[in-house]
Structures are given as C-alpha cells and as structure tokens.
Design a protein around this ligand. Structure first.
Ligand code: ATP
Ligand code: MG
Length: 212
C-alpha cells in the first residue's frame, strides 16, 4: 500500500490550471525530489498532499485513508504527515524545546530529546526562538515536522534561504532522518544537490508529475 496516493487530481486558481489529472504515488522509504520552475505548482501539490487544501477534483489517499470531512483530514494529517514549509512560524518568546513540546499531539519527551541531539540543537534548546539563527530555525522546522513520528514528510524549499554551509547541514540532516526514521519524504526544491540523497526525481510539468 502506498503511503500517499494522488489520483486524477486537478486544481485551478483564477481560471489558471495548476494541476490537471495528476497522478502521484509515494511509497515507504521514497525520498522524492520534486523540481519544477517557479510558479508551476510545487507548493500547491504539497499543500494538497498535506490535506491543507482541497483539489477541485480527484482524491488524496494517505496510508489507505481518505478524508471526507475537515475533522478526518486533521486526524489523518496528525497521524501520518509531517510538514516543513517556508514561512512557517514559531513562538518567538518561547524556547526551542517548548516550541517542539507544543507541537506534540501526545507528550513525547524521548522523541523531542532525540531530535534535538540529531539536529544539533541540544545546546540551544533553552534559547528563545527569536534569538536563534536562520540555519538553526530551518533545522528546528524539520525537527517540529518530525515530533509526531510521521510516515510522510512534506518539505518545501528546505535550503532556499540558507547559505551554502547551512544548506549542506540541512541535507545531511535529511539523509539522517531517512536513515534513522525511514519515513518517506517529498522535497520541493531547486537545489541540485538533492540528487545525492533522493531516490526518485520527479518534475511537475503542465499540471502532471513526470518521473525522471
Ligand atoms: N491561493 C492562491 N490563490 C490564487 N493563486 C494561487 C494561490 N496559490 C498559488 N497560486 C498560484 O498558483 C501557481 C502555483 O503556485 P505554487 O506556489 O504552487 O508554485 P511553486 O511551484 O511552489 O512556485 P515557487 O517555486 O516559486 O515556490 C502560481 O501561479 C501562484 O500564483
Ligand atoms: Mg513554492
């Protein structure tokens, strides 16, 4: 069974077709690099996969489950999906660790502490988020996406705001996530260095996903 299945999906914004009869499938252990020019619909695809947005037509099936209501969508997302999107916010006056704790659906100190170490954030876990660097914030974003032990991680442009050194650190973390947790990942990015960790490369073209 696929972890994520998008069937015959269409999405139009202001009469502009973004996705059209799209099929996309993600299986366990896949690390999918999703690339395409700006404005083609990568973020739209990830938002629909994460059940944050509804398609105009077609279905999204996650671990065999399909949401019929908003409540079901919220439950499926909470159980299976982790999301690390650009422009996500933290609570600046709270500590790094507390920001992770409030993201936990069920209290999971073991996972939080493990992630803080894994992402090299253990030393700053008591720092207020407003005081941490951009690179640290990007790693915290990935950490937060993992606290509920998702089966699928959806990541939008993980390195676009980072310098070269920090981008390399993030790629190393992503590789580590894959190794330690085995969760599937879909990563929308222009960064060609993803070729080193991806197991599949897909391109969004004319509203559909093409395997490369
Ligand atoms: N809520 C919305 N309302 C209207 N148009 C939208 C909305 N969201 C996205 N769009 C449009 O849909 C198209 C696809 O947007 P999307 O953000 O998915 O592209 P992208 O591939 O992620 O681009 P980038 O690489 O720049 O992040 C764009 O033309 C965008 O302006
Ligand atoms: Mg985008």
């Amino acid at each position: 069974m696929s972890l994520l299945q998008m069937n015959n999906l269409s999405k139009t914004y202001d009469s502009k077709k973004i996705l059209e009869n799209l099929y996309f499938c993600v299986n366990q252990h896949d690390v999918v690099w999703l690339s395409a020019p700006s404005g083609t619909g990568k973020t739209t695809l990830l938002r629909i996969a994460g059940l944050l947005e509804k398609p105009d037509a077609g279905s999204v099936v996650i671990a065999g489950e399909q949401a019929r209501t908003q409540k079901q969508a919220d439950m499926i997302r909470a159980r299976y999906i982790g999301m690390a999107f650009q422009n996500s916010t933290f609570i600046g006056h709270m500590s790094v660790r507390d920001n992770l704790e409030i993201a936990c659906i069920r209290k999971d100190d073991v996972m939080i502490d493990e992630l803080l170490v894994l992402f090299g954030l253990d030393g700053i876990k008591k720092s207020k988020v407003r005081d941490i660097s951009g690179g640290e914030a990007q790693r915290l974003l990935l950490c937060r996406a993992l606290v509920n032990r998702p089966s699928v991680l959806l990541i939008d442009e993980p390195t676009s705001a980072l310098d070269d050194a920090n981008a390399r650190v993030v790629f190393a973390q992503l590789e580590k996530i894959q190794r330690v947790y085995g969760c599937a990942m879909v990563i929308a990015s222009h960064d060609a260095r993803l070729a080193d960790i991806a197991t599949r490369r897909v391109v969004l073209d004319n509203g559909v996903v093409e395997e490369k």
